[in-house]
Write a protein that binds this ligand. Sequence first.
Ligand code: URA
Length: 433
Amino acid sequence: MRMVDLIIKKQEGKALTKEEIRFIIDGYTDGSIPDYQMSAWAMAVFFQDMTDEERMELTLAMAESGDQIDLSAIAGIKVDKHSTGGVGDTTTLVLAPLVASCGVPVAKMSGRGLGHTGGTLDKLESIPGFHVEIDETTFAAIVNENKVAVIGQSGNLCPADKKLYALRDVTGTVNSLPLIASSIMCKKIAAGADAIVLDVKIGAGAFMKTEEDARALAHAMVKIGNLAGRKTMAIISDMSQPLGVAVGNALEVEVAIETLKGNGPKDLEALCIELGSQMVYLGGKAADLAEARGMVTENLRNGKALEKFKVFVASQGGNPAVVDDYSLMPQASRQQEVLAEASGYVTEIVADDIGVAAMLLGAGRATKESTIDLAAGLKILKKVGDPVQKGEAIVRMFANKADFGQAEKLIQEAYSIGEERKEITLIHSVITD
Ligand code: URA
């Protein structure tokens, strides 16, 4: 087989076989296929697309290019969740104990990553003593006992994807549906999930800006998952304004705990109920989505999800007393409010700008080497649809070292206040095939 022939075959719009896709991915991973040929192939895919079968084979080839996590020592159907990213997305911290409290094992591998705030691992490390460095045997034992544990991402997960993503980044081929869908799904499959729930975001704070693009991505990923033998569902949810009421690490943990107590922000709670229901259904613990929704809602109200959170935190060395005393988590030495410049209703909060403001306050990493200030970030006091008076506080900023000035300017730019009340639809659709 010669790579040049496969580039031409794709350029002509023909479907590649499983063996041809393996040849490309294996060759690219071991270095026998050079970057220039791989980028020509990625551009051919960009213009010619791939069939559902090709997308699935590409996903599996990338999943098998490095470490694959074996969760077979854990009993039951292991369901994972993936969000395509956003601002204030604290769902994992709520969903892991919530779904576990319904009997579905959650064996979650999470990352740190760059962005507006840290990843799930950084957020969890706001809890004193909490650690994620556990070996695979202990991880499986904890999940078997408590139904929930979170570990750090393996360094060698999907090396083919890592290399291809870096290449796409500099060759104008990031924005290709089959390449995005396979890139996301290979990591979920390599992480060992039996079933996968996807939260595809749309809006200013999301990768996909329109409903049409988000639906296409959701369908593509659901098809890949199901063809690969992993039951997969997706929802499409809003990320035009930040989710919930906090952006920051310890601040988001606080909001997640409030949600587990049944006092969470409405949008975050609704999203967690929707995603949680799908996870419980795919985990085989309910006959249909309606039954799953009932179980999830009940466990948020009766304290079982909160109890599971305490067990989860304690099992990984954390202090479960944080649930009743948020001051045990890192606290910012300084706070400042951002005041509304007009009266009316909040009509828009550009999620991306709020995310960048939180990062400027110290909540996120600008580069891999940056350190995170776990206490820094912001609380959103007014969301879209809320009435506001000129001079009233709309956001409270938290920082230790960072200046407030630039973040405040961005927050003012992110907010629009108008005369007419506007509502945002949180969940746009549920995609099952
Ligand atoms: N996230 C990924 O992991 N891969 C992509 O290609 C895009 C977003």
